[in-house]
Structure formats: C-alpha cells, structure tokens
Design a binder for this molecule. Structure first.
Ligand code: 5RP
Length: 228
C-alpha cells in the first residue's frame, strides 16, 4: 500500500484542534502536513490563532492564511502538534533533527497539550540511535563540545555545506551520538549543567499523546501515563 504515513498521522492530530484554540505549530516534514491540514480547516471556517516554532513553519502558516499571533499577546497555548526524531513508549522524545529544538521546547512546554506525530520508524525501544541534537552557543564551542563528549557520546557539530549550521537563534548544534540512552532524565540534567549548552533535544514529560502512522495505513495512538 502506498500511504504517506507522515500525512496520515499529522492529519489525525489536526482532528484535536477545536474552534477558538491557540495552537503551536511544529517544524519538519511531518509537522508540515499538520500545518497544511490546519490551513485547509481555517479556509473552511475554523477559528484559531497560532504561533510557529521556526521561520519555515511561520512562512508556511502565513501562506496558508493561518492567523499568527505575537508571543506577547497570549500567555499559553491549548495544543501543540509537532514531529519527533525518536519516541519511546513513555513518550520521551528526541527532537531537533530540523534544528528547531529550542523554540519547539519553549512552545510545547507552554502548551496544555502536546501531540507528537510520527511515522512508525520513529518509535523505538531505547532512545539514542538518532544523534541527540544539543544547541550550544558559538562562544568557546570547542570547550562545550568537549564537556558533552564526557557524557559518553561522540558530538559532531552540524554543518550546512562548508559552513557550520546555525539555528534560527544563531547557535550551533552538536549532534551527539550516544547509540543508547539508558536514562533520558539523567542525561537531560547532565546536559543542562554544562555552561554553553542552551538546550537539548530530549523532551521528557512534555508529549501527552503520540499519533503514529503505520505503513499498513493504520494509526496507533499512545497516551502518556502521568502520575496524579
Ligand atoms: O524536531 C524536529 C525539528 O527540529 C522535527 O520535528 C523532527 O526532526 C522530525 O522531523 P520530520 O517530521 O521531518 O521527520
């Protein structure tokens, strides 16, 4: 069967968007389909306002006529829909393959709900095959990268052709090859304690629902178990 699994998951997630909601728009090739579908629903009369997690998503939303709002004009979001590079059964995520992890984390953390949309190749038993993106300031980046390496990985500065890749915030990304992350919460704390690290792509306790598109055309929905 020839299914666009990213589109399948993304369009399912858009069903959660209701009139009047303030929505966070993710970044990447899966979030692209969610934004496209939202544009369609806005044209059909859905009333929402949105903020975007990257210049690319902002541009797409603007072209589709999705009303964008300034961050200063709202204090929270109802729902954010975004992709992921990896997700496990506890809905711990690796994000930042598209370089937007800092903005994505700010937006998702300020949302009542985050829905992660992905194709089934992103669902893993243990996080870490995908190199963990870590956003670092350019100042003394060599030292920051050396500290990240001490956590047991091989960090590699992301490149854009000949140039070093720069995020929308003017920072570098150290793609950190761990292979297997035994404890994502511990690694998150260790990374946060390194001066020069702005943010890392581990999203823990942020995603509420995962919608996974499968190659056979089915959709799996996983809800996060939260302690009350
Ligand atoms: O975190 C991200 C961007 O920073 C993306 O959500 C992630 O890289 C998944 O992208 P795609 O949907 O293109 O596979």
């Amino acid at each position: 069967m020839n299914v666009n699994v990213k589109q399948l998951a993304a369009e399912k997630a858009v069903e959660y968007v209701l009139d009047g909601m303030k929505v966070g728009l993710g970044t990447g090739s899966t979030a692209y389909w969610a934004i496209r579908k939202l544009g369609e629903r806005v044209r059909e009369g859905l009333k929402i306002t949105a903020v975007a997690t990257s210049r690319a998503s902002e541009e797409q939303a603007r072209e589709l006529g999705i009303p964008l709002v300034a961050f200063g004009d709202i204090d929270h979001l109802d729902l954010t829909i975004d992709g992921a590079d990896e997700l496990d059964k506890e809905l711990q995520l690796i994000k930042g393959g598209g370089g937007a992890l800092l903005r994505e984390k700010i937006v998702a953390s300020n949302s009542s709900r985050m829905i992660v949309v992905a194709d089934e190749s992103k669902a893993v038993g243990t996080l870490g095959k995908f190199p963990l993106p870590v956003e670092i300031v350019p100042f003394a980046w060599e030292w920051t990268v050396a500290e990240i390496a001490k956590l047991g990985c091989k960090p590699e500065l992301r490149r854009n052709g000949e140039e070093l890749y720069k995020t929308d915030n003017g920072n570098y990304i150290a793609d950190s090859h761990f292979e297997a992350i035994e404890s994502a919460p511990k690694l998150a704390l260790d990374l946060q304690s390194i001066p020069g690290v702005v943010e890392h792509g581990l999203f823990i306790g942020i995603a509420d629902i995962a919608i996974i598109g499968k190659n056979d055309g089915s959709i799996e929905t996983i809800e996060a178990k939260r302690e009350i």
